[in-house]
Design a protein around this ligand. Structure first.
Ligand code: 13P
Ligand code: SF4
Length: 301
């Protein structure tokens, strides 16, 4: 029996579903039941009947799924797949900013630890951050941890006063403006589609800025035939599946998230067989983290 067949068999036997983010390797996306961006994946588990969720992504994703579906078993194929940006803020600074500003909302990008979410008023993802910040009653916004997404949202919602935090995604931050311009020169007809985790030097050249799902939807709906993609290369699998006739180019130093790439078919099979790497979030933390996550699901409706 092939590894893929074995995964399918075990999945049925154990009443499990496989969720995958667009950045994990293509062969893992192929065997997943649900593939999507962070927002889609955070909500999808809630309505599933399956008792076990195998989450092909990084730690904060599995943690959010567990918080929103505490009675389910959430297994992480790669237990060491963590997002460095998720740790780039701290509770002391949040406390200080809260003391400094009266009319303040702490807005937490979902790419953060449960510990950081606990001190926040609402979570957002790249697909709903603008909509949610705009809907908040507070004038002052402390946006953690991503400075690049914060600056992008601030531009879209000028009526709010932003306090910035110095976190960033190393994979997107590394993207180089010169390499984007090089691709534009090589493909003058191509549209530039960028993720808001990119630095503003890259974003200023974008024809469209959005989440991974937004980028896929935009490219699929566009009449253009060529695109320069400024996000992690894993989206290329779905882009090409949905648009076999279109061409997608990337900056020369291919953007690869080393943590998302830790998820392999072997590890998916292993957790299905053994039940290892189960996500645990203690009850107190779960209760406190649930509030900002549920508020996001509500406000994004
Ligand atoms: P989205 O899929 O929500 O755009 O998130 C991108 C990302 O960096 C996930 O780690
Ligand atoms: Fe974190 Fe960036 Fe990797 Fe997403 S792509 S998991 S934000 S390091």
């Amino acid at each position: 029996m092939s590894m893929v067949e074995e995964i399918k068999k075990l999945k049925e036997e154990k009443n499990a579903v496989i969720l995958a983010h667009y950045y994990v390797p293509a062969e893992v996306q192929q065997i997943a039941d649900y593939v999507g961006d962070s927002f889609y994946l955070s909500g999808v588990a809630v309505d599933l009947e399956a008792q076990t969720i195998v989450f092909c992504g990084v730690e904060f994703m599995g943690e959010s799924a567990k918080v929103l579906s505490p009675n389910k078993t959430v297994l992480m194929p790669a237990a060491d797949a963590d997002c460095p940006m998720a740790h780039m803020a701290d509770p002391e600074t949040i406390k200080k900013v809260r003391e400094e500003y009266e009319d303040l909302a702490v807005v937490c990008y979902i790419n953060s630890t449960a510990e950081l979410k606990k001190y926040s008023d609402v979570c957002v993802t790249s697909s709903n951050a603008v909509q949610i910040v705009r809907a908040l009653p507070q004038k002052n916004i402390f946006f953690i941890p991503d400075r690049n997404l914060a600056h992008y949202v601030a531009q879209q919602v000028p009526e709010k006063n932003f306090v910035y935090n110095e976190g960033f995604c190393p994979t997107h931050e590394r993207m180089d403006e010169e390499e984007v311009l090089e691709q534009k020169k090589l493909h003058p007809e191509a549209e530039v589609l960028a993720h808001p985790e990119c630095n503003k030097t890259v974003l200023q050249h974008a024809d469209y800025i959005g989440s991974t799902k937004g980028i896929i939807q935009y490219a699929t709906a566009s009449k253009k035939q060529e695109f320069i993609i400024c996000t992690e290369e894993g989206v290329g699998y779905e882009l090409q599946c949905q648009n076999p006739e279109k061409r997608f180019y990337y900056p020369k130093s291919l953007p690869v998230c080393p943590n998302m790439k830790k998820v392999t078919l072997e590890k998916v099979l292993h957790v299905l067989k053994t039940g290892e790497n189960e996500v645990q979030v203690d009850v107190d933390l779960r209760e406190k983290t649930k509030l900002p996550l549920e508020r996001m699901l509500q406000l994004a409706k």
